[in-house]
Design a protein around this ligand. Structure first.
Ligand SMILES: NC(=O)c1ccc[n+]([C@@H]2O[C@H](COP(=O)([O-])OP(=O)(O)OC[C@H]3O[C@@H](n4cnc5c(N)ncnc54)[C@H](O)[C@@H]3O)[C@@H](O)[C@H]2O)c1
Ligand SMILES: O=C(O)C[C@H](O)C(=O)O
Length: 353
Protein backbone atom coordinates (compact mmCIF):
# COMPACT_ATOMS: atom_id res chain seq x y z
CA UNK A 1 0.00 0.00 0.00
CA UNK A 2 1.23 3.52 -0.79
CA UNK A 3 2.41 5.48 2.29
CA UNK A 4 0.89 8.88 3.07
CA UNK A 5 4.12 10.65 2.14
CA UNK A 6 4.35 8.63 -1.10
CA UNK A 7 0.80 9.62 -1.97
CA UNK A 8 1.53 13.26 -1.11
CA UNK A 9 4.65 13.25 -3.33
CA UNK A 10 2.66 11.80 -6.17
CA UNK A 11 -0.11 14.41 -5.76
CA UNK A 12 2.53 17.16 -5.64
CA UNK A 13 4.10 15.80 -8.84
CA UNK A 14 0.73 15.75 -10.61
CA UNK A 15 -0.12 19.25 -9.34
CA UNK A 16 3.27 20.50 -10.62
CA UNK A 17 2.40 19.12 -14.03
CA UNK A 18 -0.67 21.37 -14.20
CA UNK A 19 0.60 24.45 -12.39
CA UNK A 20 3.60 26.53 -13.44
CA UNK A 21 6.08 26.91 -10.57
CA UNK A 22 8.60 29.29 -12.04
CA UNK A 23 8.96 31.35 -15.19
CA UNK A 24 11.36 28.86 -16.84
CA UNK A 25 9.02 26.05 -15.98
CA UNK A 26 6.12 27.90 -17.67
CA UNK A 27 8.04 28.45 -20.91
CA UNK A 28 9.22 24.86 -21.08
CA UNK A 29 5.78 23.45 -20.62
CA UNK A 30 4.10 26.00 -22.87
CA UNK A 31 6.31 25.18 -25.88
CA UNK A 32 5.94 21.48 -25.09
CA UNK A 33 2.14 21.79 -25.07
CA UNK A 34 2.00 23.85 -28.23
CA UNK A 35 4.22 21.32 -30.05
CA UNK A 36 2.10 18.44 -28.83
CA UNK A 37 -1.30 20.14 -28.85
CA UNK A 38 -1.08 20.98 -32.50
CA UNK A 39 -4.63 22.20 -33.11
CA UNK A 40 -4.69 25.73 -34.52
CA UNK A 41 -7.06 28.03 -32.71
CA UNK A 42 -7.47 30.66 -30.07
CA UNK A 43 -6.04 30.93 -26.59
CA UNK A 44 -8.80 31.36 -24.01
CA UNK A 45 -8.59 32.02 -20.25
CA UNK A 46 -11.39 31.39 -17.74
CA UNK A 47 -11.06 33.36 -14.49
CA UNK A 48 -13.08 31.69 -11.74
CA UNK A 49 -12.66 28.33 -13.50
CA UNK A 50 -13.16 26.17 -10.40
CA UNK A 51 -16.61 27.57 -9.61
CA UNK A 52 -20.14 26.46 -10.31
CA UNK A 53 -20.13 28.13 -13.72
CA UNK A 54 -16.38 27.84 -14.25
CA UNK A 55 -16.20 24.03 -14.21
CA UNK A 56 -18.89 23.21 -16.81
CA UNK A 57 -17.74 26.24 -18.81
CA UNK A 58 -14.19 24.85 -18.82
CA UNK A 59 -15.50 21.47 -19.94
CA UNK A 60 -17.52 22.96 -22.78
CA UNK A 61 -14.67 25.22 -23.92
CA UNK A 62 -12.36 22.17 -23.97
CA UNK A 63 -14.85 20.71 -26.47
CA UNK A 64 -14.80 23.83 -28.67
CA UNK A 65 -12.76 23.20 -31.83
CA UNK A 66 -11.87 26.91 -32.09
CA UNK A 67 -9.87 26.73 -28.84
CA UNK A 68 -6.26 25.52 -29.00
CA UNK A 69 -5.11 26.52 -25.50
CA UNK A 70 -7.36 26.79 -22.45
CA UNK A 71 -6.09 28.47 -19.28
CA UNK A 72 -8.03 27.77 -16.08
CA UNK A 73 -7.45 30.30 -13.30
CA UNK A 74 -8.98 30.46 -9.83
CA UNK A 75 -7.95 31.19 -6.27
CA UNK A 76 -8.84 27.59 -5.30
CA UNK A 77 -8.98 24.07 -6.74
CA UNK A 78 -7.59 24.59 -10.23
CA UNK A 79 -5.14 21.63 -10.06
CA UNK A 80 -8.01 19.17 -9.69
CA UNK A 81 -10.27 20.80 -12.26
CA UNK A 82 -7.37 21.06 -14.72
CA UNK A 83 -6.28 17.44 -14.24
CA UNK A 84 -9.85 16.29 -14.77
CA UNK A 85 -10.59 18.38 -17.89
CA UNK A 86 -7.16 17.67 -19.40
CA UNK A 87 -8.07 13.97 -19.82
CA UNK A 88 -10.74 14.83 -22.40
CA UNK A 89 -9.52 13.75 -25.84
CA UNK A 90 -10.28 17.02 -27.59
CA UNK A 91 -7.81 19.36 -29.31
CA UNK A 92 -7.35 22.14 -26.75
CA UNK A 93 -4.34 22.00 -24.42
CA UNK A 94 -5.39 22.81 -20.83
CA UNK A 95 -3.24 24.49 -18.21
CA UNK A 96 -4.13 25.44 -14.64
CA UNK A 97 -3.16 28.52 -12.64
CA UNK A 98 -3.74 28.91 -8.92
CA UNK A 99 -3.72 32.13 -6.90
CA UNK A 100 -2.87 35.69 -7.73
CA UNK A 101 0.85 35.06 -8.20
CA UNK A 102 -0.06 32.98 -11.27
CA UNK A 103 -2.65 35.36 -12.71
CA UNK A 104 -0.21 37.05 -15.09
CA UNK A 105 0.86 33.70 -16.56
CA UNK A 106 -2.79 32.73 -16.94
CA UNK A 107 -3.44 35.84 -19.01
CA UNK A 108 -0.34 36.33 -21.12
CA UNK A 109 -1.02 35.98 -24.84
CA UNK A 110 -4.71 35.25 -24.39
CA UNK A 111 -7.23 36.16 -27.14
CA UNK A 112 -10.42 35.81 -25.09
CA UNK A 113 -10.91 36.11 -21.32
CA UNK A 114 -14.14 34.81 -19.79
CA UNK A 115 -14.84 35.96 -16.21
CA UNK A 116 -17.28 34.03 -14.01
CA UNK A 117 -15.31 34.83 -10.81
CA UNK A 118 -17.23 36.05 -7.80
CA UNK A 119 -19.94 35.15 -5.33
CA UNK A 120 -23.43 34.09 -6.42
CA UNK A 121 -26.79 35.04 -4.92
CA UNK A 122 -28.72 33.25 -2.19
CA UNK A 123 -32.54 33.43 -1.86
CA UNK A 124 -33.72 36.90 -0.86
CA UNK A 125 -30.70 38.69 -2.36
CA UNK A 126 -30.60 40.95 -5.40
CA UNK A 127 -27.66 40.89 -7.81
CA UNK A 128 -26.72 44.31 -6.47
CA UNK A 129 -26.21 42.72 -3.03
CA UNK A 130 -23.15 41.03 -4.58
CA UNK A 131 -21.57 44.38 -5.46
CA UNK A 132 -19.40 44.79 -2.36
CA UNK A 133 -17.51 41.53 -2.92
CA UNK A 134 -17.59 41.15 -6.68
CA UNK A 135 -16.63 44.74 -7.54
CA UNK A 136 -13.22 44.24 -5.93
CA UNK A 137 -12.70 40.86 -7.61
CA UNK A 138 -13.53 42.27 -11.05
CA UNK A 139 -11.28 45.28 -10.43
CA UNK A 140 -8.29 43.08 -9.55
CA UNK A 141 -8.81 40.76 -12.51
CA UNK A 142 -9.25 43.65 -14.97
CA UNK A 143 -6.08 45.35 -13.72
CA UNK A 144 -4.21 42.17 -14.60
CA UNK A 145 -5.90 41.94 -18.01
CA UNK A 146 -4.84 45.53 -18.74
CA UNK A 147 -1.22 44.56 -18.01
CA UNK A 148 -1.02 41.08 -19.54
CA UNK A 149 -3.47 40.89 -22.46
CA UNK A 150 -4.78 44.41 -23.15
CA UNK A 151 -5.98 43.41 -26.62
CA UNK A 152 -8.03 40.43 -25.47
CA UNK A 153 -11.79 40.30 -25.86
CA UNK A 154 -13.35 40.22 -22.38
CA UNK A 155 -16.63 38.38 -21.67
CA UNK A 156 -17.77 39.51 -18.20
CA UNK A 157 -20.24 37.24 -16.37
CA UNK A 158 -19.72 38.27 -12.70
CA UNK A 159 -22.73 39.99 -11.17
CA UNK A 160 -24.04 42.62 -10.92
CA UNK A 161 -23.21 42.81 -14.65
CA UNK A 162 -24.98 46.20 -14.88
CA UNK A 163 -22.22 47.59 -12.60
CA UNK A 164 -19.25 45.25 -13.18
CA UNK A 165 -18.98 46.19 -16.87
CA UNK A 166 -18.69 49.94 -16.01
CA UNK A 167 -16.12 48.96 -13.34
CA UNK A 168 -14.06 47.06 -15.92
CA UNK A 169 -14.30 49.99 -18.35
CA UNK A 170 -13.00 52.40 -15.70
CA UNK A 171 -10.11 50.09 -14.80
CA UNK A 172 -9.11 49.82 -18.47
CA UNK A 173 -9.46 53.61 -18.93
CA UNK A 174 -7.15 54.20 -15.98
CA UNK A 175 -4.63 51.78 -17.45
CA UNK A 176 -4.91 53.46 -20.88
CA UNK A 177 -6.02 50.22 -22.55
CA UNK A 178 -9.79 50.73 -22.82
CA UNK A 179 -11.30 49.63 -26.10
CA UNK A 180 -15.10 49.64 -25.72
CA UNK A 181 -15.41 47.17 -28.58
CA UNK A 182 -13.58 44.50 -26.61
CA UNK A 183 -15.52 44.61 -23.35
CA UNK A 184 -18.78 42.66 -23.39
CA UNK A 185 -21.12 41.94 -20.49
CA UNK A 186 -22.67 38.51 -21.00
CA UNK A 187 -26.48 38.69 -21.15
CA UNK A 188 -26.83 35.58 -23.30
CA UNK A 189 -28.61 33.68 -20.52
CA UNK A 190 -31.51 36.13 -20.77
CA UNK A 191 -31.78 35.39 -24.50
CA UNK A 192 -31.47 31.63 -23.90
CA UNK A 193 -34.26 31.80 -21.30
CA UNK A 194 -36.44 33.99 -23.49
CA UNK A 195 -36.07 31.59 -26.43
CA UNK A 196 -36.93 28.62 -24.18
CA UNK A 197 -39.97 30.18 -22.50
CA UNK A 198 -41.34 31.63 -25.75
CA UNK A 199 -40.86 28.28 -27.49
CA UNK A 200 -42.93 26.64 -24.75
CA UNK A 201 -45.78 29.09 -25.34
CA UNK A 202 -45.56 28.73 -29.13
CA UNK A 203 -45.15 24.94 -28.96
CA UNK A 204 -42.07 24.99 -31.20
CA UNK A 205 -38.41 23.97 -30.94
CA UNK A 206 -36.46 26.64 -28.94
CA UNK A 207 -33.70 26.46 -31.53
CA UNK A 208 -36.11 28.00 -34.04
CA UNK A 209 -36.91 30.97 -31.79
CA UNK A 210 -35.04 34.26 -31.56
CA UNK A 211 -36.04 36.86 -28.95
CA UNK A 212 -33.93 40.04 -28.67
CA UNK A 213 -33.41 40.91 -24.98
CA UNK A 214 -32.12 44.43 -24.36
CA UNK A 215 -31.36 46.76 -21.44
CA UNK A 216 -29.31 45.08 -18.73
CA UNK A 217 -29.05 41.96 -16.60
CA UNK A 218 -31.18 42.40 -13.46
CA UNK A 219 -34.95 42.35 -12.89
CA UNK A 220 -36.76 45.13 -14.73
CA UNK A 221 -33.61 46.08 -16.66
CA UNK A 222 -34.02 42.78 -18.57
CA UNK A 223 -36.28 43.83 -21.45
CA UNK A 224 -37.43 41.10 -23.84
CA UNK A 225 -38.67 42.59 -27.12
CA UNK A 226 -41.48 40.13 -27.69
CA UNK A 227 -42.87 42.25 -30.54
CA UNK A 228 -39.73 41.36 -32.52
CA UNK A 229 -39.78 37.61 -31.89
CA UNK A 230 -38.83 35.28 -34.70
CA UNK A 231 -40.88 33.49 -35.94
CA UNK A 232 -43.28 36.48 -35.79
CA UNK A 233 -46.13 35.95 -33.35
CA UNK A 234 -48.77 38.12 -31.80
CA UNK A 235 -48.95 37.36 -28.08
CA UNK A 236 -52.02 38.10 -25.95
CA UNK A 237 -51.55 40.67 -23.13
CA UNK A 238 -51.69 37.75 -20.65
CA UNK A 239 -48.92 35.89 -22.49
CA UNK A 240 -46.81 39.07 -22.59
CA UNK A 241 -47.20 39.55 -18.83
CA UNK A 242 -46.34 35.92 -18.13
CA UNK A 243 -43.33 35.81 -20.45
CA UNK A 244 -41.88 39.18 -19.39
CA UNK A 245 -42.14 38.24 -15.73
CA UNK A 246 -40.63 34.76 -16.25
CA UNK A 247 -37.72 36.10 -18.35
CA UNK A 248 -36.98 38.98 -15.95
CA UNK A 249 -37.06 36.66 -12.94
CA UNK A 250 -35.48 33.54 -14.48
CA UNK A 251 -32.37 33.99 -12.34
CA UNK A 252 -34.42 34.28 -9.16
CA UNK A 253 -36.42 31.18 -10.16
CA UNK A 254 -33.14 29.19 -10.17
CA UNK A 255 -31.77 30.83 -6.99
CA UNK A 256 -34.95 29.88 -5.12
CA UNK A 257 -35.01 26.33 -6.52
CA UNK A 258 -31.37 25.85 -5.45
CA UNK A 259 -32.40 27.03 -1.97
CA UNK A 260 -29.07 28.49 -0.85
CA UNK A 261 -26.77 26.36 -3.02
CA UNK A 262 -26.11 29.18 -5.50
CA UNK A 263 -27.55 30.49 -8.75
CA UNK A 264 -27.70 29.32 -12.36
CA UNK A 265 -24.48 27.51 -13.28
CA UNK A 266 -25.25 24.89 -15.94
CA UNK A 267 -27.54 26.98 -18.14
CA UNK A 268 -25.08 29.86 -17.62
CA UNK A 269 -22.13 27.76 -18.73
CA UNK A 270 -24.14 26.78 -21.82
CA UNK A 271 -24.99 30.45 -22.49
CA UNK A 272 -21.40 31.58 -21.86
CA UNK A 273 -20.06 29.05 -24.35
CA UNK A 274 -22.69 30.01 -26.92
CA UNK A 275 -21.56 33.62 -26.53
CA UNK A 276 -17.81 32.87 -26.41
CA UNK A 277 -18.14 30.72 -29.52
CA UNK A 278 -19.80 33.65 -31.32
CA UNK A 279 -16.90 35.92 -30.25
CA UNK A 280 -14.33 33.36 -31.48
CA UNK A 281 -16.08 32.86 -34.82
CA UNK A 282 -16.12 36.65 -35.20
CA UNK A 283 -12.40 36.84 -34.30
CA UNK A 284 -11.76 34.21 -36.97
CA UNK A 285 -13.42 36.53 -39.49
CA UNK A 286 -16.84 34.91 -39.91
CA UNK A 287 -19.43 37.43 -41.14
CA UNK A 288 -22.98 38.11 -39.92
CA UNK A 289 -22.49 37.28 -36.25
CA UNK A 290 -25.10 39.13 -34.23
CA UNK A 291 -25.69 38.59 -30.52
CA UNK A 292 -27.16 40.58 -27.64
CA UNK A 293 -24.58 41.86 -25.13
CA UNK A 294 -24.24 44.60 -22.52
CA UNK A 295 -21.73 46.99 -24.03
CA UNK A 296 -20.69 50.64 -24.32
CA UNK A 297 -23.51 52.01 -26.40
CA UNK A 298 -25.19 55.05 -27.94
CA UNK A 299 -28.49 53.29 -28.51
CA UNK A 300 -29.89 55.25 -25.53
CA UNK A 301 -28.53 58.18 -23.51
CA UNK A 302 -26.91 55.65 -21.11
CA UNK A 303 -23.21 54.84 -21.53
CA UNK A 304 -23.87 51.07 -21.36
CA UNK A 305 -26.83 49.14 -22.68
CA UNK A 306 -27.55 45.60 -23.84
CA UNK A 307 -28.78 45.22 -27.39
CA UNK A 308 -28.01 43.34 -30.57
CA UNK A 309 -24.42 43.84 -31.68
CA UNK A 310 -22.58 42.71 -34.78
CA UNK A 311 -19.35 41.03 -33.76
CA UNK A 312 -16.18 41.01 -35.84
CA UNK A 313 -12.40 40.67 -35.63
CA UNK A 314 -12.16 43.70 -33.33
CA UNK A 315 -15.04 42.72 -31.03
CA UNK A 316 -18.22 44.82 -31.27
CA UNK A 317 -18.24 46.28 -34.78
CA UNK A 318 -21.74 47.70 -34.88
CA UNK A 319 -24.56 48.14 -32.41
CA UNK A 320 -27.91 47.61 -34.05
CA UNK A 321 -30.80 50.00 -33.36
CA UNK A 322 -33.53 48.79 -31.00
CA UNK A 323 -36.10 48.68 -33.79
CA UNK A 324 -39.78 49.54 -33.37
CA UNK A 325 -41.07 49.10 -29.79
CA UNK A 326 -44.72 48.81 -28.77
CA UNK A 327 -46.20 50.83 -25.91
CA UNK A 328 -45.57 48.06 -23.35
CA UNK A 329 -41.89 47.85 -24.35
CA UNK A 330 -41.46 51.65 -24.41
CA UNK A 331 -42.81 51.83 -20.87
CA UNK A 332 -40.50 48.97 -19.81
CA UNK A 333 -37.55 50.75 -21.42
CA UNK A 334 -38.11 53.90 -19.35
CA UNK A 335 -38.21 51.88 -16.11
CA UNK A 336 -35.15 49.86 -17.13
CA UNK A 337 -33.12 52.99 -17.95
CA UNK A 338 -33.78 54.52 -14.53
CA UNK A 339 -32.45 51.48 -12.67
CA UNK A 340 -29.61 50.96 -15.13
CA UNK A 341 -28.41 54.57 -14.77
CA UNK A 342 -28.01 54.09 -11.01
CA UNK A 343 -26.18 50.75 -11.42
CA UNK A 344 -23.80 52.23 -13.98
CA UNK A 345 -23.08 55.23 -11.77
CA UNK A 346 -22.41 52.92 -8.81
CA UNK A 347 -19.83 50.98 -10.84
CA UNK A 348 -18.10 54.09 -12.14
CA UNK A 349 -17.87 55.76 -8.75
CA UNK A 350 -16.46 52.57 -7.18
CA UNK A 351 -13.32 53.14 -9.25
CA UNK A 352 -13.31 56.95 -9.33
CA UNK A 353 -13.89 57.43 -5.58
N1 LIG B 1 -24.15 37.07 -16.29
C1 LIG B 1 -24.99 36.10 -15.99
O1 LIG B 1 -25.96 35.85 -16.71
C2 LIG B 1 -24.75 35.25 -14.78
C3 LIG B 1 -25.43 34.04 -14.64
C4 LIG B 1 -25.15 33.24 -13.52
C5 LIG B 1 -24.26 33.68 -12.55
N2 LIG B 1 -23.62 34.88 -12.73
C6 LIG B 1 -22.62 35.32 -11.76
O2 LIG B 1 -21.42 34.61 -11.95
C7 LIG B 1 -20.65 34.64 -10.74
C8 LIG B 1 -20.12 33.24 -10.42
O3 LIG B 1 -21.17 32.37 -10.15
P1 LIG B 1 -20.89 30.84 -9.71
O4 LIG B 1 -22.21 30.21 -9.51
O5 LIG B 1 -19.91 30.23 -10.63
O6 LIG B 1 -20.20 31.10 -8.28
P2 LIG B 1 -19.21 30.10 -7.49
O7 LIG B 1 -19.06 30.63 -6.11
O8 LIG B 1 -19.65 28.70 -7.66
O9 LIG B 1 -17.83 30.25 -8.28
C9 LIG B 1 -17.13 31.45 -8.30
C10 LIG B 1 -15.66 31.13 -8.41
O10 LIG B 1 -14.96 32.36 -8.44
C11 LIG B 1 -13.76 32.14 -7.72
N3 LIG B 1 -13.15 33.39 -7.31
C12 LIG B 1 -13.45 34.17 -6.23
N4 LIG B 1 -12.60 35.21 -6.18
C13 LIG B 1 -11.77 35.10 -7.24
C14 LIG B 1 -10.69 35.85 -7.72
N5 LIG B 1 -10.29 36.96 -7.10
N6 LIG B 1 -10.08 35.43 -8.83
C15 LIG B 1 -10.48 34.32 -9.47
N7 LIG B 1 -11.49 33.55 -9.05
C16 LIG B 1 -12.12 33.93 -7.96
C17 LIG B 1 -14.16 31.26 -6.56
O11 LIG B 1 -13.03 30.62 -5.98
C18 LIG B 1 -15.11 30.30 -7.24
O12 LIG B 1 -14.44 29.15 -7.69
C19 LIG B 1 -21.59 35.21 -9.68
O13 LIG B 1 -21.29 36.56 -9.48
C20 LIG B 1 -22.97 35.07 -10.31
O14 LIG B 1 -23.88 35.99 -9.82
C21 LIG B 1 -23.85 35.65 -13.81
O1 LIG C 1 -29.75 35.33 -10.86
C1 LIG C 1 -28.56 35.33 -10.56
O2 LIG C 1 -28.15 35.81 -9.50
C2 LIG C 1 -27.57 34.71 -11.49
C3 LIG C 1 -27.71 35.17 -12.89
O3 LIG C 1 -27.59 36.54 -13.03
C4 LIG C 1 -28.93 34.64 -13.57
O4 LIG C 1 -29.59 35.39 -14.28
O5 LIG C 1 -29.21 33.43 -13.44
Amino acid sequence: MESNSGANDRIARIARHFLPQAEGDVCLRRSHCRAKGGAPGFKVAILGAAGGIGQPLAMLMKMNPLVSVLHLYDVVNTPGVTADISHMDTGAVVRGFLGQQQLADALTGVDLVIIPAGVPRKPGMTRDDLFNINAGIVKTLCEAIAKCCPKAIVNLISNPVNSTVPIAAEVFKRAGTYDPKRLLGVTMLDVVRANTFVAEVLGVDPRDVDVPVVGGHAGITILPLLSQVKPPFSFTPKEIEYLSDRIQNGGTEVVEAKAGAGSATLSMAYAAVKFADACLRALRGDAGIIECAYVASQVTELPFFASKARLGRGGVEEILPLGPLNDYEREGLEKAKKELAASIEKGISFIRK
